[in-house]
Design a protein around this ligand. Sequence first.
Ligand code: PBG
Length: 332
Amino acid sequence: MTIGNYPATRLRRTRAASWSRALHRETALSPADLIWPLFVTAGSGVEEPIASLPGVARWSVDGIVARAREAVALGIPVVALFPNTPRERRSADGAEALNPDNLMCRAIRAIKDACGEALGVLTDVALDPYTSHGQDGLVDAAGYVINDATVAVLVDQALNQAEAGADIIAPSDMMDGRIGAIRRALEMGGHVNVQIMSYAAKYASAFYGPFRDAVGSGGLLKGDKKTYQMDPANAEEALREVALDLAEGADSVMVKPGLPYLDIVQRVKARFAVPVFAYQVSGEYAMIEAAAAAGAGERDALVLETLMAFKRAGCSGILTYHAAHAARLIGA
Ligand code: PBG
């Protein structure tokens, strides 16, 4: 009695040799899929390790330029910048975000001078690296983040970055209506080819801790970001967020965090057929490093397997702190 198609069909046949596995591989991972987040700090010749992100450092602008050149050499097309604003430049209204000579703008200009069109620069729009309270926007007396007043500041922040030479504006703040407001201002300011990659489905996640250490907002933040970032229980709402941001002029959308939210990536890709990116965030990076350090997994294999999973789920690219290491592994 034959049950099913065995032995005519043996799925192990195509897995038997490495040439055949290569031939049948459905998904490819390349350095061109990677976006490398970099933390900028004041000074020169400065490299500050971040304890909760082993292997990641903050760099002063000269070091950032060196990392940018490294990205080009490795075939990484984009770097994402985040500033560790000096404490004395943080304020309740985050005004340092609008300073044309802030760390971000200096880093953008230095990278564009060094690398030109060979490297895209993605910049984060949100006020948390600039506020004395660590929230992403302006807060009222009760500590509530005020939507519309915050959007007005974010528009000026985005213009400030675009004028410094940013190629992709990436609003990570989750205010309602900010994509349309930023798109309109970019168009009116003549920045018609500056892209917007919207953090469209960004969750109020426990995986952001090391990032907050890296930009120095962790110790300042009281409470959480649940009145603007999404509830991890929600998926339909993510589709609504994405639909709105696309209608408002986003060129691409992001899902964040990454690995625990691949179902969201897949649904967004299936529904909208637009470029979808995911952010493998700081806590995910730290988990992989901790697993490797504990001998619970092999680091290089964990890195490549998780990044491949993003591609398989439908991502056009991945923001990852492992970008340079992964690019070297892929190229090797
Ligand atoms: C801030 C921002 C955060 C991240 C990127 N932009 C943290 C937050 O929302 O608190 C997290 C990135 C990471 O954890 O790697 N707007």
